[in-house]
Design a protein around this ligand. Structure first.
Ligand code: ADP
Length: 450
């Protein structure tokens, strides 16, 4: 019994830094707010970790948008090409998914954009669209300095991309250059759209209250409608503009250092963008499994798990997938199934081991949801103040497999948000095919306005 007590104590010690108090989360919220203000400022945004990028999207859909559009969606696991028909009766879409091999993601920019154009051509052939030049919305989900709706300079790659010769370039131009190389001159790019913006627009088509977009998938990011007069980096005082926060980089200036644990640092060190996207690395699907794996290794090391017997497989990077968290945390799942997952990792798990692994997963996913809530609380509170309201009713359009598939993430997020921003009534609307549909809607709104 004494041994069990000591063991429990050691487990608690290991997990304690990952358990955030209400005060911790309020502090994260306040820091996010501070970084938002700095990012929006005219001069000071150079050292703000949250970049608050203008998107040149000034309106959410009003339902009068019409037409046929092409849409591209690059920025995560898959590359998609879509044709989107926006009609009075609703939106119809057809799409194809194309794989972007890691060698292309991390090769040359020319090869990457050549690959994209080849996929577009293949799609147009399949859909019998070779003869038409449809307006194209390009969902490109990496931080860009936008100089207009159709001009976006890549600031940095994230999420495992590192194609050379792209940072500092206008991605629309890179696409046009590739189209020319491939003798495919007929591309009419009218808008570059971040996936958060696409998600907000797609959900905004169904719910006019939707003025926030949130992604929790491979990475995490958010956008929202800000008062134009507060956007120091763009001329004009009238109305609103959607701001792509690039909140994944929150903390890159060190402001969250006391939140990061040894495990987070170990995960970060092995990424291709060490020290960058620090908030994202606490929250999104690309990293949660890795955090869990490092905690499990530490527990094995301290003889708290698997009788201290290390497994070679568990020492393999990325072997513990974020999908495992979803499965293991499923309510009512038999512990035998947890044992099954662990057996596939060549781990001989006892009943107690399975319970402990589940606790580790819960701790990591709860922290992710709560941090995401702290970020969102800063956003909704700012919007409420902007509008001089005592109460704000608002909808968040959400996308991303982690948000959609994890059994508790969305509930933990919503509960914490309600605690942290009690004067905001926030509804969450899951987007279906948001980034493609949204890109077409941005293009449609743009075509309507010109
Ligand atoms: P993207 O953000 O790239 O557009 P997704 O939204 O599909 O793509 O997110 C992919 C991420 O979601 C991957 O990092 C993966 O780890 C994670 N993921 C996939 N399936 C699940 C699941 N069932 N539960 C939790 N996370 C998942």
């Amino acid at each position: 019994a004494q041994r069990l007590l000591t063991q429990r104590h050691e487990v608690e010690q290991l997990l304690a830094p990952l358990r955030l108090s209400r005060a911790d989360l309020e502090r994260v919220q306040a820091l996010m707010r501070q970084e938002m203000e700095r990012g929006l400022g005219r001069d000071s945004n150079a050292d703000a970790s949250v970049r608050m990028l203008p998107t040149y999207v000034c309106n959410t859909p009003d339902g009068t948008e019409r037409g046929d559009f092409l849409a591209l969606d690059l920025g995560g696991t898959n590359f998609r090409v879509l044709v989107v028909r926006v009609m009075q009766e609703g939106i119809h879409m057809a799409s194809e998914i194309y794989v972007v091999p890691t060698s292309v993601m991390q090769g040359t920019g020319e090869a990457l954009f050549d690959h994209i154009v080849e996929c577009i051509m293949d799609f147009q052939r399949k859909q019998n669209l070779m003869e038409q030049v449809l307006p194209l919305g390009f969902t490109f989900s990496f931080p860009c300095q936008q100089l207009g709706l159709d001009k976006a300079v890549l600031l940095t790659w994230t999420k495992g991309f590192s194609a050379s010769g792209c940072v500092g370039q206008d991605v629309v131009q890179l696409l046009r250059d590739a189209a020319q190389r491939k003798q495919h001159v007929a591309l009419k790019v009218v808008a570059v759209v971040n996936d958060t913006v696409g998600t907000m627009m797609a959900c905004g088509y169904d719910d006019p209250k939707c003025e926030i977009g949130l992604i929790v998938g491979t990475g995490t990011n958010a956008c929202y409608m800000e008062e134009r007069k507060n956007v120091g980096t763009v001329e004009g005082d009238e109305g609103r503009m959607c701001i792509n926060m690039e909140w994944g980089a929150f903390g890159d200036n060190g402001c969250l250092d006391d939140i990061f644990t040894t495990f987070d640092r170990m995960v970060d060190e092995k990424t291709i963008n060490a020290g960058k996207q620090r908030f994202e690395k606490l929250i999104s699907g690309m990293y949660l499994g890795e955090i869990v794996r490092h905690i499990l290794l530490a527990m094995v090391d301290k003889q708290l798990l698997f009788r201290g017997k290390p497994s070679l497989k568990l020492q393999t990077r990325d072997i513990f997938q974020t999908t495992f968290l979803s499965t293991i945390e499923t309510d009512g799942l038999a512990l035998q199934q947890v044992q099954g997952i662990l057996r596939d990792l060549e781990l001989d798990a006892s009943f107690e081991d399975s319970v402990l692994v589940r606790e580790v997963c819960q701790t990591v996913s709860l922290r992710a949801a709560q941090l995401c809530a702290a970020g969102l609380a800063a956003v909704v509170e700012k919007m409420r103040e902007n509008r001089g309201l005592a109460q704000l009713a608002i909808t968040v359009g959400v996308d991303g497999t982690l948000y959609k598939m994890h059994p508790h993430f969305s509930q933990n997020l919503q509960q914490m948000l309600q605690d942290l921003a009690p004067n905001c009534a926030v509804t969450f609307l899951q987007s279906e095919d948001g980034s493609g549909k949204g890109a077409a809607l941005v293009a449609a709104v743009a075509c309507r306005e010109t």
